[in-house]
Write a new protein. Structure first.
Lengths: 114, 209
């Protein structure tokens, strides 16, 4: 085997692995590995790449981001970093909107999940 | 005719790639990495519970030995000794941190540019900047690693990596996998470094130190 790490990325990027990952997320009982706990370092890295490429594939379809994002590790890492920062910013904005100040000095916090 | 040859070459390459990928898929599923050396089959695997306990025992024993040895300095002691001789490791750390901040800043610009699909030339410009920053960081990190190579913490980490290899390396004998080394002494005296190095590289892919 040439370079396990490079092949691991190729595998996570492949349509076959992406289909399995989507199915495993949605259908209970589909497993990616023989073990269900005590994951190896390689398995954790593989899972993080499956998640990265799943997110990028969705964003290419929905948000029309550049397809070049899949060309290079620097590109996909940079995109995921920007996305995380961008999402946090949006979430913080939304959270601030949820709590209303109807009386000066008093914040009404709406219960979550009810 | 030339076209057909090119097509055939491409098909063979694709098939080879597929085989490589299915090998990786198998090893991820199984958590075992097999390799061949001089016609013999070896593999490394995750440690079982009793092997993890053995690792922990050996790690504690080694730490006890190292801490008693006055010639082996802790990382912070070694850093202080270097400072007395005019080598400031915290300055190297500061330079690395500064480059990290720049790296993240350019990455975010690149990420935004990719999200807006601004074009390959712009992506390439950011990529070159990131690569340049990373080369500078690698040089500084290599300097720091060399300077702190002999501190107690690093010696312990190297020892643990060796022990993981010793515990996780199996060989195929009579169609059965069995531990290659049953004693640490046998492992440490083993002559063929190429097998140990290969096994060490693979075991670090599976196991966290």
């Amino acid at each position: 085997m040439n370079n396990i790490y490079d092949n691991l990325i190729e595998l996570a990027k492949s349509i076959h692995s992406q289909n399995l990952f989507t199915a495993a997320k949605e259908i209970n009982g589909i497993r990616l590995f023989k073990n269900i706990f005590d994951f190896s370092r390689l398995q954790e890295i593989y899972l993080s790449y499956l998640y990265t490429f799943d997110t990028i594939n969705q964003d290419m379809v929905i948000d029309k981001i550049s397809e070049h994002v899949l060309d290079d590790k620097i590109y996909w890492d940079a995109y995921m970093l920007w996305k995380r920062k961008h999402t946090n910013k949006t979430e913080n904005k939304d959270n601030n909107k949820k709590d209303l100040k109807l009386i000066p000095g008093k914040t009404i916090k709406f219960p979550k999940g009810s | 005719m030339v076209d057909r040859l090119n097509d055939a070459e491409k098909i063979v390459k694709d098939m080879e790639k597929e085989t490589e990928l299915s090998k990786v898929e198998e090893l991820i599923k199984e958590n075992k990495i097999s390799f061949e050396k001089q016609g013999k089959q070896y593999r490394v695997r995750l440690l079982n519970l009793s092997e993890k306990e053995e690792l922990d025992m050996l790690r504690r024993k080694k730490f006890g030995q190292l801490i008693k040895d006055k010639d082996i300095l802790l990382e912070k002691e070694l850093i202080a000794t270097y400072l007395e001789r005019g080598i400031n490791i915290s300055e190297i750390d500061d330079q690395i941190k500064k480059l990290d901040v720049e790296d993240i800043d350019v990455q975010i610009k690149l990420g935004e540019s990719l999200s807006k699909n601004e074009g390959e030339t712009i992506f390439k410009g950011y990529k070159d900047q990131i690569q340049d920053l990373r080369t500078q960081k690698q040089v500084l990190r290599a300097q720091k690693i060399l300077l702190l190579e002999f501190c107690l913490e690093n010696q312990l980490l190297n020892y643990v990596a060796q022990i993981i290899t010793y515990l996780s390396l199996d060989e195929l004998k009579d169609d059965k996998w069995q531990r290659m080394f049953l004693s640490l002494e046998d492992f440490q005296n083993y002559k063929d470094e190429s097998i140990i190095n290969k096994a060490g590289e693979y075991s670090m892919l599976l196991q966290y130190l």
